[in-house]
Design a protein around this ligand. Structure first.
Ligand code: FUB
Length: 322
């Protein structure tokens, strides 16, 4: 396996969502900054304020920084913390989905629109109605239907919701109960809202039982990604406090998905986050670690490495310390 490559050295960047638009790779990362806020389980130290978009014509080639694509000061409903975003193209327009706390410190998902993949993106006046939590990932199926996956525990606030409604006191289920599910909703034709109520995604273990909340090595925490390989749907995610990137496979975009294993073992840093994309006949894992900042968990750097499938469709585990 070839060594991973760091992609950006003039900014700290994390949570890379990558897509091929117009024959090029476009990277939509978070832009990490030194906020001076002490580290805590709520993630207050991740106080990011804008997004830059990057592009590459080849995985080994030059990386172009297209500058600021969206700034928190231009988002009418903004409170704080621009976390992991993603982008989709429909009918020649580009839609950037981003999580941001509103003025009451509740994470919602916003959308901003551009005529170009690199932006600048113009934000809608309000967040997507019915949206909550973090880490939007947009997936276009072969039939042209777009789906938004989202959710994240702890600082990502997913434990504050049941059945798409906020509950009085946020909490995780007991260890033996089914884990809190990530969510998915079809997007409306104008790409600015949900076309349906979000559904919970069930991740099943080897016995066909939902992964339990106490199964921290395998249960969903945050960082959803969806890709399709040989007709199967691969849902991948971070296990958060056990720092793995895992995946589960299903037959349709809603699941259920059967747990398969680890894509990436823990990296240097606390968070782990990724995207998987095919480009010029090869598959790649884009991810981040905190090696260049000397291990500061809130100052991360994006990387890429080739991803390999076995003949049976399983993914070869990558060493996060590589
Ligand atoms: O970058 C802030 C948060 O850290 C993301 O939204 C999570 O997925 C984690 O990577």
């Amino acid at each position: 396996m070839k060594k991973p490559r760091y992609l950006v050295d003039h900014l700290y960047t994390a949570d890379p969502a990558v897509h091929v638009f117009n024959g090029k790779l476009y990277i939509y990362p978070s832009h990490d900054i030194e906020s001076g806020i002490p580290e805590n389980d709520n993630g207050d130290h991740f106080d990011m304020r804008d997004y830059h978009v990057f592009s590459m014509e080849s995985v080994d080639g030059e990386v172009t920084d297209h500058g600021v694509a969206l700034d928190v000061k231009d988002i009418p409903w903004a409170g704080r913390q621009l976390w992991d975003c993603d982008c989709a193209c429909r009918d020649g327009r580009y839609f950037l989905y981003f999580p941001l706390k509103d003025q009451t410190d509740i994470f919602r998902i916003g959308v901003a629109v551009s005529e170009k993949p690199e932006g600048p993106f113009i934000p809608e006046a309000a967040p997507i109605p019915g949206s909550y939590s973090i880490d939007p990932c947009v997936f276009c199926d072969d039939d042209g239907t777009y789906y938004l996956y989202f959710g994240g525990l702890w600082g990502g606030q997913l434990q504050r919701y049941r059945n798409n409604k906020a509950i009085e006191c946020g909490h995780e289920p007991g260890d033996e109960e089914p884990a809190l599910p990530p969510r998915v909703a079809k997007l409306s034709a104008d790409m600015l809202g949900f076309a349906e109520e979000p559904h919970g995604i069930i991740l099943l273990d080897e016995n066909g039982q939902p992964l339990r909340a106490g199964d921290h090595e395998r249960r969903f925490f945050e960082a959803s990604w969806m890709h399709k390989y040989r007709g199967k749907y691969y849902f991948s995610y971070s296990t958060g406090n056990t720092h793995q990137l895992c995946y589960a496979v299903g037959d349709n975009p809603y699941g259920p998905f059967h747990y398969q294993g680890v894509i990436l073992t823990p990296v240097v840093g606390w968070t782990t986050h990724h995207s998987i994309v095919e480009f010029k006949g090869k598959w790649y894992l884009f991810y981040h670690d905190s090696v260049p900042s000397g291990g500061k968990t809130w100052l991360r750097s994006i990387k890429v490495v080739e991803l390999e499938y076995r003949a049976d469709g399983t993914i070869q585990t990558i060493d996060g310390q590589m």
